[in-house]
Design a protein around this ligand. Sequence first.
Ligand code: HEM
Length: 451
Amino acid sequence: MATEVVLGTMEGTQLLPWVVGAITLLLTVVTVCSLPSLMNYWWWWRVMKPIPGISPCYPFVGNALLLEREGEGYFEQFEAYRKIIPVQISAPMVGDWTSDKPFPLPCHLCSTGDKWRSRRKMITPTFHFAILNDFLEVMNEQGFILLEKLEKHVDKEPFNIFTDITLCALDIICGELRKLSICHTGLKRVIAEKVAELENTKLTKYNTDMNGEEKSGSKKREAFLDMLLNATDDEGKKLSYKDIREEVDTFMFEGHDTTAAAMNWVLYLLGCNPEAQKKVHQELDDVFGNTEQPVTVDDLKKLRYLECVVKEALRLFPSVPMFARSLREDCSIEGYTLPKGTNVLVLIYVLHRDPEIFPEPEEFRPERFFPENSKGRHPYAYVPFSAGPRNCIGQRFAQMEEKTLLALILRRFWVDCSQKPEELGLSGELILRPNKGIWVQLKRRPKTITE
Ligand code: HEM
């Protein structure tokens, strides 16, 4: 027994140097491997340190955990700093997705470099004026369906209008795709059917042309999907199934949530500001008289006050309240240098509340956007659709949809809203929306004749 204990101790003593050696080696490898990151972090820390911000901010721990993460509080905390505020998670060692690496989700919105450039070029014609005008028909169609849904609320209790508007926006952007949004197998089948349909159309067109017949006067309305199927890059290459699926996902997401939120905010703001609503009604009466005809492109051009209302609502409640960029070169803001590679968040919500540019920023004043009042305003002081080459590709589509649906709704109804700002449940996520909905009361406008 005593011999066994002595032998065991000797084996343990012989193993000890191996264990110590292995641990030392491991620590050396870890230190050498993390040295570049540590040096980089130290350098970053030194450069960012002079910028006043949320304190305390400890190395590696950062200060992001001190941020208010909910709704209005999230944005309000930034207003105190106004121009620039450094936030460290434990940057730059984590979360560096906006640089050269693609975002983990495959979509146009999140793609970078050559993929984004090529996609953007292919898709841009889809948003051409002439094509957008075709969408006006869909917007009117869906708008009238929405009006019928709203009819049952006239002269009744306040109700949450948010879902009705959102579903209408969804129907406009994707028509038959709506039912397939979460089912990619279904989408694949629709794409295959569309490809076959397209080939058929080409064949029919060829036969017709060969027979010297006149082209049919009724131009078939193209849906987004048809346009994506026809899009080609510089070398004439078409998008693959996977590419189309990615783009459909992007349009479904970007193309309805944003406009739906924006229209809801307009109804909320007009419901709380009867004087502005009266001006909208006056304009609608001037343009449409007593009729309920579908809205035309010419009508839209005449709705100038409504356009200012839409702009002012997007100032106060920008559907996309912030966006991120990675700096390609060093940048100087307010005398502080932000080094190349820094990830920055542009807080549109805060930018649009700068009292030097928009006096009494919390007030809803569509007149701010009258041409005479916008003169001299910095072009980047108001950027609900972002700016530069990565700005919103759907801006004109969104403005057309907003004005059309709002004209249809407000032509027929008077909107009342007594919801207080604190009852909105503002959520500062990717899209700025009221978590508790928009509660309005509808009254029929006396002048309109329902068809
Ligand atoms: C009121 C409505 C809308 C607002 C406020 C809005 C706002 C924005 C903003 C701020 C961006 C830049 C985001 C970023 O850089 O991270 C953006 C990008 C984009 N938007 Fe919109 N959007 C609206 C409607 C639409 C619609 C209707 C569509 C499509 C039908 C659309 C499609 C896109 C796409 C594809 C991008 C990415 C562009 C690119 O990176 O090349 N948006 N939008």
